[in-house]
Ligand binder design. Structure first.
Ligand code: SF4
Length: 207
């Protein structure tokens, strides 16, 4: 086991014990200690991820992994073992009053930042893939419509690190953005950019 994987496992052990947010519903969910230069950032786990113990384990994940399979030709398990999967918040926020999952609030996002900072500090990713509006806003530090972000390769400073950014829409069934134009075309463009990015070419290179 490399020193990086050991350090990630130590961080995960501390993260698993985190109970900072009183409104959040455990367990803490995170991906495995994958020593990757590609850092995927989701929003927060839904109600099902906790029992599977991994992010994007339910229907939105199935859609997202289909996107990656179409672009990269890799199955879900290969993606999970090649890309580090993090999220803006690591616990299920519960349901929103109007239906759907509650978005993590500003305090919860702030509480979870040190975990992300620790992961970015260890991994030093060159490519960040924020998935959905909340994750995109956290990385780009600006609120703009999704059409301004998806389908472009951008640059950002993320936790003090200069990174390339390829934004993806949220694959949730509750969102129609990725199923209607211009979302369909912009998502396709984003996945083409992803396929060509040097970090992705390197990580998914067949032996
Ligand atoms: S959301 Fe993050 S900071 Fe809040 S309890 Fe869960 S792991 Fe801790």
């Amino acid at each position: 086991m490399t020193a990086l994987i050991r350090s990630l496992n130590v961080l995960h052990g501390q993260l698993d014990a985190c109970r900072k947010c009183p409104k959040m519903i455990g367990p803490v969910v995170h991906g495995p200690a994958v020593p990757s230069k590609i850092f995927l950032l989701g929003q927060a786990p839904g109600p099902h991820e906790g029992k599977f113990g991994r992010p994007f384990a339910w229907t939105a994940g199935k859609t997202m992994f289909r996107w990656f399979e179409s672009a990269l030709g890799c199955d879900e398990e290969t993606f999970r073992s090649t890309v580090y999967m993090a999220a803006v918040a690591r616990c299920f926020p519960g349901k929103a009053k109007g239906g759907g999952d509650r978005k993590p609030d500003d305090g919860e996002i702030a509480n979870c930042q040190p975990w992300l900072q620790g992961e970015v500090g260890l991994l030093k990713p060159s490519l960040v893939l924020p998935v959905g509006t909340l994750a995109i806003e956290q990385v780009m530090r600006e609120k703009k419509p999704l059409i301004e972000y998806v389908g472009k390769q951008l640059k950002a400073q993320y936790h003090g690190l200069a990174v390339d950014v390829i934004c993806l829409p949220h694959p949730s069934g509750a969102s129609t953005w990725h199923r209607m134009e211009p979302g369909i075309a912009l998502l396709k463009k984003a996945l083409q950019l992803l396929k060509k990015h040097p970090a992705v070419v390197d990580a998914f290179r067949k032996p």
